[in-house]
Write a protein that binds this ligand. Structure first.
Ligand code: BES
Ligand code: ZN
Length: 628
């Protein structure tokens, strides 16, 4: 970086942060180690500060087409702006008054896509890019009517995290480059568009044979949080600033499942400070949505597989809501720092569950989470595996490779350790002040640790020694000072599962009042090897194959595969072909592929199911099932 650019960068950053007290709020100067390796952007030269979209959705061609007008903040002497794109067709670039600008698309990088470089004459502070997306855009899933609940209208939704926004918007797609946005979206009549932004025209405005929806978000966000969905959507309010969108036939069920939504937001504010995004709504998507949830600002996207009918899976909503602070307000500066998004969020998720549903429920979730962490460490190659490091090395890799259980649960365990060691009062005060200090800014692992030392540990050497922070952040495995979760209720469940191993009949298990979490733990605690007679005894007694709760069914199906329990195979096929959540799909296909009999089954089912899945899921599953 030249000195002139460096100086200009400081000015630009100060402007972006909108703060005056520089000594307190200035992020540390970026070193090469801390810059984002997953972007082509050079924000120290020219930085995108606002994205204005004008797009039309063509469901026949599976294309979004129109313009993106980018507002730029330029360093003195800069001559270019570099943007991220992937699979986009660029029809032209011009200034706001229509003067064409020269641009170049660079070579394709298999992970990053293609840089778009635009030459900037002096004084140009906005560029208008005319473009269209590819039907293969990784962020977008275009669903046929048959893939929706209503089966009458098509559907489109986007998934930006981690680096997929560049497949539908040509901008600087880096989590450290915050941008505000606005959008005008034209959709076929009969459909409704929603975005992760304020709705300026909630019901849309009629245009010829189409409807136009307008949005704006005044808070600057990382581009992976720009999101859109278009479909036959209905809305129901839950509280004054909360509600749920979904297809009309699912609305009653969704509104009932999330009845506690407003209370959750209030509980989060008590713990973390004011909710700064205005509304908090949920969008329950069609079943192919590859994630449990995605924390798009003002509008969390969620899988319908959490509609359990008994509100037992709402910790996912607590999680996505918590991202309104950890992630959306204070954002991982690079994908290496992803554990700061997910670890803090997972910690807060548990605190919210405790606040709303009590310590017993939270303890159960904590025990289940620790088991999933232990399983993941094993899957990744054990306690010495570099992929178990929080500050994970993603050089030459897709950031998605870092999205394991590690950043979530090892990250959360660190925050639990801090809480236990310092006491809740002190830790809670710190957490709240952290969100205020870094609001609307990126955070790196090293700036986090520095902040922690300044504001929480305050030079206490004994405390430092006890915490082993460096080991937590930069070493593999789980440090031996990790707090051990314990749930008396789950201990009882565990004893009964062990009794099955000792030959007890299923009818001897006292399971009448069990919650979803107890069922999950029971199934996970059953012996690794059982007879088919034992499985069918359990199945007959507890109707496990017929379960509708996705988490319980998933755990049971893994047991069924392990034992080749044929009576569950139709349910397995139904599960794999009726929802596309990667967390469920990957282990099930992996389990099948591990056995001789399961391999052809996996391939047959995958062939049938693959068109249902989002590219995020097929990118993970293709190598597992097809070996490509
Ligand atoms: N932000 C994540 C989803 C994500 C992570 C998308 C990485 C793309 C790359 C979201 O908040 C999340 O963590 N979802 C979880 C659910 C949560 C309760 C653990 C999921 O989808 O399983
Ligand atoms: Zn998350």
């Amino acid at each position: 970086m030249t000195r002139r650019f460096a100086a200009a960068l400081l000015a630009v950053t100060a402007l972006t942060c909108g703060r005056t007290d520089q000594s307190r709020t200035q992020p540390p100067p970026s070193t090469s180690q801390e810059s984002d390796i997953h972007t082509f952007a050079r924000p120290d030269e020219a930085r995108v500060t606002h994205v204005a979209l004008d797009l039309r959705a063509d469901f026949t061609a599976k294309v979004l087409a129109g313009t993106a007008t980018l507002t730029l903040q330029r360093a003195e002497g800069s001559t270019q702006v570099v943007l991220d794109t992937s699979k986009l067709t660029i029809d032209g670039v011009a200034t706001s008054d229509g003067t064409p600008l020269t641009f170049r698309l660079g070579d394709i990088d298999a992970i990053l896509g293609r840089p778009l470089t635009v030459d900037l004459p002096p004084d140009v502070s906005a560029v208008v890019i005319t473009y269209r997306t590819s039907p293969e855009a990784d962020a977008l899933q275009w669903l046929a009517p048959s893939q929706t609940a209503g089966r009458k209208q098509p559907y489109l939704y986007s998934q930006g995290q981690a680096i997929l926004t560049r497949t539908w918007i040509p901008t600087q797609d880096s989590p450290g480059i915050r941008q505000t946005y606005s959008a005008r979206v034209t959709v076929p009549r009969g459909l409704r568009a929603v975005m992760s932004a304020e709705q300026l025209t909630p019901d849309g405005v009629d245009a010829s044979n189409s409807r136009v929806f307008e949005f704006k978000l005044t808070q600057p966000i990382p581009p992976y949080l720009i999101a859109i969905a278009i479909g036959d959507l209905a809305f129901r309010a839950i509280g004054p600033r909360t509600g749920v969108y979904t297809e009309p036939s699912m609305l009653d069920q969704a509104a009932d499942e999330f009845a506690d939504l407003e209370k959750m937001v209030t509980a989060a504010e008590t713990l973390l400070g004011p909710y700064r995004w205005g509304r908090y709504d949920l969008l329950v998507l069609p079943p192919s949505f590859p994630f449990g949830g995605m924390e798009n600002p003002r509008l969390t996207f969620a899988t319908p597989t959490i509609l359990a009918g008994d509100r037992s899976l709402v910790s996912l909503v607590a999680h996505e809501l918590a991202h309104s602070w950890s992630g959306n307000l204070v954002t991982n500066a690079t994908w290496r720092d992803f554990w700061l998004n997910e670890g803090v969020t997972t910690y807060v998720e548990l605190r919210l569950m405790e606040a709303l549903y009590g310590a017993d429920r939270a303890a159960m979730l904590d025990v289940l989470a620790r088991r999933s962490l232990n399983d993941e460490i094993e899957r990744l190659g054990g306690m010495a595996s570099p992929d178990t490091i929080l500050h994970v090395d993603l050089t030459g890799r897709n950031p998605d490779d870092g999205a394991t259980v590690i950043p979530y649960e090892k990250g959360a365990a660190l925050f639990k350790l801090l809480e236990r060691t310092l006491g809740r009062a002190r830790f809670d005060a710190y957490l709240r002040s952290y969100f205020d200090r870094y609001a609307f800014q990126p955070i790196t692992t090293s700036s986090f640790i520095a902040d922690l030392r300044t504001h929480l540990l305050a030079g206490d050497a004994a405390l430092e020694q006890k915490l082993k922070l460096e080991e937590w952040l930069y070493k593999p495995g789980l440090p031996d000072n990790a707090p051990q979760p314990a749930s008396p209720a789950l201990l009882l469940v565990e004893q009964q599962a062990k009794a099955i191993g000792g030959g007890a009949a299923a009818s001897s298990v006292k399971a009448n009042q069990w919650t979803t979490q107890e069922w999950q733990h029971f199934l996970e605690s059953l012996p690794g090897e059982m007879s088919l007679a034992q499985l069918s005894d359990l199945d007959r007694t507890f109707r496990l194959t017929d379960r509708r709760n996705s988490e319980v069914l998933f755990t049971w199906l893994r047991i069924a595969i392990r034992h080749r329990y044929e009576p569950a195979m139709p349910a397995l096929e139904r599960f794999l072909t009726s929802q596309g959540r990667r967390k469920f799909l990957r282990p099930l296909y992996e389990d099948l592929m591990k056995t001789d009999w399961g391999k052809p089954e996996a391939r047959r089912i995958y062939e049938r199911a693959r068109p249902l899945y989002h590219s995020v899921a097929t990118m993970t599953l293709d190598p597992i099932v097809k070996g490509t």
